[in-house]
Design a protein. Sequence first.
Length: 154
Amino acid sequence: MLGDDIPPCELNKAPRTGMHFGYPYCHGDDILDPEFGEGRQCSDFVRPVQNLGPHVAPLGVKFYTGDQFPAEYKNQVLIAEHGSWNRTNKIGYRVTMVTLNEDGEATSYAPFIDGWLQGEEAWGRPVDVLVMPDGALLVSDDGAGVIYRVTYED
C-alpha cells in the first residue's frame, strides 16, 4: 500500500539457499519500506534480476525450454501477470518475457502476449504458463475460466 506506482513487483534469482531479497524492509532495487525499513539499507539485500510493473501480480514463472518458437525465445523467462487490483489504473493482465543474456542478466522486460485488459476492463487474468513437449505454450486464465494453447508458425 505504498501507492499506485510503488513498489515494483520483481523477478529474483535464488541459486542457493539463505538469500534475502529485502521484503519487508526493502522493495525493488532501492525502495526502503517506510514502516519496516528503519535502520536498514537496501544495499544489504540481494537486488532483483528485473523490476517488473508495480502491482502486476506475477504468479506463474517459467523458462521457455521448447523448440517451436524461434531460437531467441529459448531459455527466456515467461511470466503470467495476473493483474493489479489496487491501482487507480489497472496494469498487468498479460504474459511478459524477461530476456536474459548469456550471464543470466536481464536485458529487457516486455509484453509477450497481451490484450486481456481493454482500457480499465479486464476480461481475463493469466495465472500460469506451461511449456508443452512440442514447444507450444499453455496459458491458464482464471478470469475467463479457460486454458489457451499458444503455437508459433512462420
